[in-house]
Design a protein around this ligand. Structure first.
Ligand code: BGC
Length: 377
């Protein structure tokens, strides 16, 4: 069952990628997206930070997809700073890019740079994270982030038996729209199991106050996220987990369940819970299938991750860029409201990975090489 869907995803991805690459194959009379040294880049990419394996992965896979076929693309990193991000965008505009692919550090703060790009006649593709509060985003390339959160919540539900299981909630950065989508998905699955007594929330008074509500408003989500945000940072995650454990009694520990929003924060939170003697076992979520977390899953230190196949996202982003360069419109299956406009998108599917399928999903699929891991099952 799993193998079939994984094969399907791989084949679909290869077909998309080969279509994309043949669509942007160099023609004698056109520069297309090819940029021999000295000539202009037509597509520029801005990613949020090199400090997380997730975005290094995107850089590598963009380079793999484009340079192997003889194309050059310029990728700039904002290093967690919106001012650097704006300078990066301006530098790409000065180089004459026609399409900007941007993953914002801060969704709202990025609007100004995107507006500048639009004013320069550049098409803007929001990549993975949505740029907020501007109508000048032409397309959104993304995974189904609500499904990511639902997969995390479902994993905890599936592993829980009996009543009164301690539940610790953690979230991403409030400046990232995805943090809300992940939390929304997780809450949709966890809330009924909090309401029926399977789980008891241990680290958020705001979440406890809202626990009878099946659907939260964005403001309500914001209140909970305000208490349990990791800001997507390993040290913030670690300090918050430590503070939560210090405040908790031994009765709040034992066999615990932890909603961790992504792999980087999951490893920090897992290490902190593992070091607490009153925690006898823990189930903890993640996402991104980062190599260190795949090793943690093999070693039994992280329970699951959500594989978001970055190769698909990269292929979709390149396909959308090529469509814009050719005056066409990329495929759309839905829209995401960014506070100002409905942005067209075609979200990609995600896969739950734990020890039971890590080899099939991550190694056999060609996502990461077996040689990078120890003690594979
Ligand atoms: C991405 C995640 C990533 C997180 C932290 C989110 O917007 O979707 O894949 O782990 O940011 O960088």
């Amino acid at each position: 069952m799993f193998k079939k869907s994984s094969l399907y995803i791989t084949l679909t991805m290869l077909i998309i990628l080969s279509t994309v690459l043949s669509a942007c194959a160099p023609k004698p009379t056109s520069t297309a997206t090819q940029a021999p040294s000295g000539s202009k880049f037509e597509v520029g990419i801005v990613l949020p930070t090199k400090d997380e394996p997730r975005w290094i992965q995107d850089e590598t896979r963009f380079n793999d997809a484009l340079t192997k076929a003889g194309y050059k693309v310029q990728i700039l990193f904002s290093q967690g700073n919106s001012a650097t991000e704006k300078t990066n965008v301006e530098s790409l505009l000065a180089q004459g890019v026609k399409v900007l692919i941007i993953c914002p550090q801060d969704g709202a703060a990025a609007a100004a740079a995107v507006d500048e790009a639009h004013a320069a006649g550049v098409k803007v593709i929001s990549y993975d994270r949505l740029v907020l509060n501007t109508a000048n985003v032409d397309y959104y390339v993304t995974f189904d982030s609500v499904a990511v959160g639902a997969a995390q919540g479902q994993y905890l539900v599936d592993k829980a038996t009996g009543k009164n299981n301690p539940l610790y909630l953690y979230a991403g950065a409030a400046s990232d729209n995805n943090a809300f989508l992940f939390f929304q998905g997780a809450w949709s699955v966890l809330q009924p199991k909090i309401a029926d007594g399977t789980f008891v929330i241990k680290n958020s008074s705001e979440a406890v106050g809202l626990q009878s509500k099946a659907t939260l408003t964005r403001d309500e989500e914001g209140k909970i996220i305000g208490q349990v945000t990791t800001d997507w940072k390993f040290d913030v995650a670690k300090n918050l987990a430590q503070a939560n454990l210090t405040a908790a009694t031994a009765a709040d520990k034992g066999n615990v369940f932890i909603l961790a929003p992504n792999d980087g924060t999951s490893r920090s939170i897992a290490d902190t819970f593992a070091a607490d003697k009153a925690v006898t076992s823990y189930v903890i979520t993640g996402q991104d299938a980062e190599e260190p977390s795949i090793q943690y899953i093999i070693d039994g230190k992280q329970s699951m991750t959500v594989l978001k196949d970055v190769r698909t996202l990269v292929a979709d982003a390149i396909a959308a860029a090529v469509a814009f360069l050719k005056g066409q419109t990329p495929p759309q299956t839905t829209t995401y409201n960014n506070g100002t406009a409905d942005i067209p998108a075609k979200p990609s599917v995600v896969i739950t990975v734990d020890q039971s399928n890590v080899k099939a999903a991550v190694i056999d699929s060609g996502y990461w090489p077996a040689a990078d891991f120890k003690n594979l099952p």
